[in-house]
Write a protein that binds this ligand. Structure first.
Ligand code: PRP
Ligand code: URA
Length: 208
């Protein structure tokens, strides 16, 4: 499935501020939320709306409405939490699950430490949130956990994706569509995205 990259000068403008190492926590968080909101609009382009009758101050019309009960957001902790407010502003009634995952600093392999999703998750389209798709290990494991719960339709939203991570996810889960604000150049020897924005979790939560 083709990766969708937001291609817009204002997104590039916001990414330039986000990437800048001098950008502080407050602005960093706000930009992650704002870009996530646009990613969510893009990811929802294919949704089917229900036709309902509404009455404007002028006349009655048939108009499309989203059944918000069909969706769940699942941020990958910690950094995915930074995207949550942005996407909730688009679909306020979506349910929310959480997957706790961190990357082992030596092996770069993901370690899962928490998994809690809505009971009826198998009936929902799931939108996974994580700002960074680096090796793809965390995304692949998160998708596997959700599929093991019976989830059939999954989308993956990230701010920055590395080509290596995209390839890895596409190979294991070709049915999962990836949406990103930007595809970057490559991973460095520490598996950080180049040019990237550094450690997203640390910058969102101010832990370093
Ligand atoms: C980061 C990021 C992803 C993961 C991406 O999380 O938020 O979850 O690394 O790397 P991968 O594609 O190689 O798996 P991190 O392990 O830093 O945890 P944190 O969100 O708690 O900071
Ligand atoms: N996780 C991050 O937060 N940043 C990277 O560049 C890679 C993984």
């Amino acid at each position: 499935m083709k990766v969708i990259e937001l291609n817009h000068p204002l997104i590039e403008h916001k990414l330039s501020i986000l990437r800048d190492k001098h950008t502080g926590t407050k602005e960093f968080r706000e930009l992650i939320q704002e870009i996530s909101m646009f990613l969510c609009y893009e990811a929802m382009k294919d949704v089917k709306l229900e036709s309902v009758e509404i009455e404007t101050p002028i006349t009655k019309i048939k108009s499309g409405k989203l059944n918000e009960d069909c969706y769940a957001f699942v941020p990958i902790l910690r950094a995915g939490l930074g995207m949550l407010d942005g996407v909730i502003s688009v679909i306020p009634n979506a349910k929310i699950g959480h997957i706790g995952m961190y990357r082992d600093e030596e092996t770069f392999e993901p370690v899962n430490y928490f998994f809690k999703v809505p009971k009826d998750i198998e009936h929902r389209e799931v939108i996974i949130l994580d700002p960074m798709l680096a090796t793809g290990g965390s995304a692949i494991d998160a998708i596997e956990l959700l599929k093991s719960k019976g989830v059939k339709k999954i989308k993956f939203l990230c701010i920055i994706a590395a080509p290596e991570g995209i390839l890895a996810v596409e190979e294991k889960h070709p049915d999962v569509q990836i949406f990103c604000a930007k595809i970057d150049s490559h991973l460095n020897e520490n598996k950080y995205i180049v040019p990237g924005l550094g450690d997203a979790g640390d910058r969102i939560f101010g832990t370093k």
